[in-house]
Ligand binder design. Structure first.
Ligand SMILES: [Zn+2]
Length: 437
């Protein structure tokens, strides 16, 4: 059986929604939204009608007349926000508690294999969509371009899922992020990372990723637990080549030194950035570099630690979270743009999409307003991904939207139960009747 056939077979059994069945030509759709979130301005603007032709928004206005034959979706009892975006996911990775990444790679490559791995990715993809995340940026740890294969399967309508902006294997210094090991029996490192050796090789790696369809380049200036680092020349070569080919660069960096080198090299976003200094934050603000703070909420942190052999005291969890919150708010106050990224790659019972939503809660716990957290997952993430049609609902944008009950700018709890999720003009989860008062 081909990979695609396997995936389709699984989903025929598992998929409960009616929405996915409705492929075929798309009718013109008129959505009547009770209250629309303007993601750029950061406010609810009241009732609006959204006319959708194909997979794009054609018009947004008040009191629009439904064209002949149009399907009317009555969301007048709901608030409508642009489809949410998680700018840092790993659809093809799950690391169990206490497990090293070498073990995960051995399981993925040696025991389970690509087909099984792709099926788990497809299942997670559906979870994102049902939680209202119509777009994710997948940043590596996805084998040899399985993220881009999953992206193609979703785009071709084989399985339901969000739009995927995939990087393929991250560009990393020797060893990747696997634990230092004297042997690499099954080419585990090269199975997960593209190891860079010199500036010419860095340029070649970027070209290879782009030729295979990468939408973004992921690079590892440093690759903890390895002590290896990319050189400044290698990073500059990666960024220059990616810019030449029109592809943004996301840098995984935690120490201030590595973050600074990556920012100076010209990357578009810093992922994590745990130990960043105010100086480096100022440089990021000046250069318009996004921070993607991959911090969980308290609820998520408590859920993660439940399976640990030793339960950390609550103060220890709080202390750990507080460090992340402090750096997020320092970044915000210094004018650094913030885009949502969950980086959730552990087992998490409520599901991956719930984890992305929970990460927004974490931003609010840090001190962002619910509106700013919503913007990080819509307007800001859309600009970071570089597509004018993402994270916003206006003429020519993608017809990706989520209906929720209540005002999400007053508090994010309405996002816990999205009533309807539409991607590219198609209802992918929920129904308009769920929005009735
Ligand atoms: Zn990550």
């Amino acid at each position: 059986m081909t990979l695609a056939a396997c995936a389709a077979a699984l989903l025929t059994v598992a998929l409960p929604t009616t929405a996915f069945a409705q492929r075929g030509p798309q009718p013109v759709v008129l959505v009547r939204a009770g209250n629309l979130f303007d993601s750029e301005a950061g406010r609810m603007v009241g009732p609006r009608d959204i006319l959708i032709r194909g997979d794009r928004v054609a018009e947004v206005g008040q009191g629009l007349t439904a064209p002949e034959g149009a399907m009317v979706v009555d969301l007048s009892q709901c608030s409508v926000i642009p489809g949410l975006i998680d700018a840092h996911t790993h659809l093809l990775l799950e690391q169990r508690s206490g497990e090293g990444l070498s073990n995960v790679a051995a399981r993925d490559h040696g025991v389970q294999g690509d087909v099984y791995r792709a099926l788990t990715g497809a299942q997670r993809a559906r979870g994102y969509l049902e939680a209202g995340f119509t777009t994710v940026r997948d940043l590596g740890n996805s084998g040899r371009f399985l993220d881009l294969q999953l992206e193609r399967g979703i785009n071709d309508g084989l399985v339901p899922g969000p739009r995927i902006y995939g990087s393929g294997p991250g560009l990393a210094p020797a060893g990747g992020q696997l634990e230092p090991q004297p042997v690499d029996h099954h080419d585990l490192i090269e199975g997960e990372y593209r190891i860079i050796n010199g500036a010419d090789d860095a340029r070649a790696a970027v070209r290879d990723a782009v030729a295979r369809g990468a939408d973004v380049i992921k690079m590892f200036p440093e690759a903890t637990p390895q002590r290896t680092r990319l050189s400044v020349e290698e990073m500059a070569a990666i960024v220059t080549e990616a810019k030449r080919l029109g592809v943004p660069v996301a840098a995984h960096a935690t120490s201030d030194a590595a973050i600074r080198e990556a920012v100076e090299a010209g990357v578009n976003s810093i992922e994590h950035g745990y130990e960043i200094s105010d100086d480096t934050l100022r440089l990021m603000a000046r250069k318009g570099v996004w921070l993607v703070p991959t911090d969980p909420s308290l609820e998520m942190a408590l859920e993660f630690t439940r399976s640990w052999p030793r339960q950390p005291p609550r103060e220890e969890v709080d202390r750990h979270l507080q460090a992340g919150r402090d750096r997020l708010m320092r970044a915000h106050r210094l004018g650094v743009r913030i885009a949502l990224g969950s980086d959730l790659y552990f087992p998490y019972a409520p599901g991956r999409g719930a984890g992305s939503r929970g990460t927004m809660d974490g931003y609010v716990e840090a001190g962002l307003t619910p509106t700013q957290a919503l913007q990080s997952a819509t307007w800001e993430a859309g600009r970071l991904l570089g597509d004018d049609g993402l994270g916003v609902l206006r003429p020519r944008s993608w017809a990706d939207l989520v209906a929720v009950q209540g005002d999400p700018t007053a508090g994010l709890s309405p996002l816990r139960a999205p009533r309807l999720v539409m991607k590219g003009g198609r209802i992918e989860a929920g129904s308009a009747s769920a929005c009735a008062s």
